[in-house]
Design a protein around this ligand. Structure first.
Ligand SMILES: C[S@@+](CC[C@H](N)C(=O)[O-])C[C@H]1O[C@@H](n2cnc3c(N)ncnc32)[C@H](O)[C@@H]1O
Length: 218
């Protein structure tokens, strides 16, 4: 396995991929979190997903242990595992590969074909969670502020989604610092979603992710 694509890309973008043994050693430092289905991981320079793929594999192993006997639960919790994985990547070929690599992990685990609603839903979620953009500027490739969807599983096949701006999320520590004007505010007051969506099924996600948003009124 090559850890670089070209010398130019190494020089221009610091693009050197992490080998699997190192990925595993690093993830083992937070082993319990990697094995928790709904723990959230953000890789701000995700490349083609060497870390995120392995995180998803670990989460799916947990899905299999907990929900492997029920096809319904297995499919929904596998989707939740995907929903909790986030990435940002500057280069378009890398972000495309990253999305494809993660889809492939789920396709293999659930033996999905591309006509399956779940396949469409996973593709839609990954198009949202894996952002083509600049993590330092916190902007998408076309200059918009990066937002992330907070997904949750409500049970009975329904998911919720609320969107937040990354620059606000990353400001959390300064908001709560002693002496800050905002120190007295609760997190719910600082972290208002910019959008809240009605509960969605896998079918809804496959059809309409990103379409039926309503502005949150707080
Ligand atoms: C050292 S590689 C690591 C890739 C992956 N995390 C891995 O370990 O295999 C760094 C990656 O960050 C990307 N990158 C560089 N600057 C970035 C930025 N400002 N925002 C997002 N991604 C960036 C590069 O294109 C490259 O894919």
């Amino acid at each position: 396995m090559s850890l670089i694509k070209s010398k130019k890309r190494v020089v221009d973008h610091g693009e050197v991929f992490t080998p699997p043994w190192m990925v595993d050693a690093m993830l083992n430092l937070v082993k319990e979190e990697t094995e928790r289905i709904d723990s959230r991981f953000l890789e701000p320079a995700c490349g083609s997903g060497n870390f995120l793929v392995r995180v998803l594999q670990r989460k799916l192993a947990a899905v299999q242990v907990k929900y492997g006997k029920s096809d319904f639960e297995k499919r929904h919790y596998a989707l939740l595992a995907v929903m909790c994985i986030y990435g940002i990547e500057l280069l378009d070929d890398n972000i495309d590969e990253c999305r494809a690599n993660l889809v492939e992990v789920l396709v293999e685990y659930l033996r999905l074909d591309d006509a399956d609603d779940l396949y469409q839903a996973v593709s839609a979620v990954l198009a949202i969670n894996l952002v083509h953009g600049d993590a330092l500027k916190m902007e998408t490739y076309d200059g918009k502020p990066i937002t992330f969807a907070e997904w949750g599983y409500l049970g009975k096949g329904r998911f919720q989604r609320r969107d937040f701006r990354l620059d606000v999320l990353t400001g959390s520590s300064s908001f709560s610092a002693e002496g800050s004007l905002f120190a007295h505010l609760g997190k719910h007051e600082i972290f208002k979603p910019i959008r809240t969506y009605p509960p969605m099924t896998v079918r809804d996600l496959a059809d309409a992710v990103g379409v039926s948003a309503s502005e949150d009124t707080g």
